[in-house]
Design a protein around this ligand. Sequence first.
Ligand code: SF4
Ligand code: SF4
Length: 108
Amino acid sequence: MSRPQPKGTVVIDTARCKGCELCIPACPPAVLRMSTRRNASGYLLPELLEGCTGCGACLLVCPDYCFEVYRLEGDKQAGAQPSPSAADGARSGRVADTRELPVAQEIQ
Ligand code: SF4
Ligand code: SF4
C-alpha cells in the first residue's frame, strides 16, 4: 500500500520573479507551469496547478527567493500538526497549515 502524498501549497512573490522558468522542471509532480501573465517588470510568471506536495524544491531552486512553501500532513480534525517541508530551515521556507490558504496565493 502506498503512502498518501503530502499536501502543500506555495505563495509566489510575483513582483520578485524574473521569469527564468527554473522552478518549472524542478517541481517533482510538475504542478508549476508558466502562465501568460506578466509582472510589472514584464516577466512571465509561473502558476500553480493542483497537486503541490509542499516538497520545497521550487523554493530551493528559485534564484530570486519568490517562493514560500506550506505543507500539511494528516487531517486537522484528527489533530494533525504542520510538519516541516524539505525546505524548512533553508532560505526563507515557511511551514504552515494550508487549510486557511487557497490552492495558490500570489503577492502582487
Ligand atoms: S513545493 Fe514542491 S510540489 Fe509544490 S510547487 Fe514547489 S516544487 Fe512543486
Ligand atoms: S524560479 Fe523564481 S524567478 Fe524563476 S520563474 Fe520561477 S518563480 Fe520566477
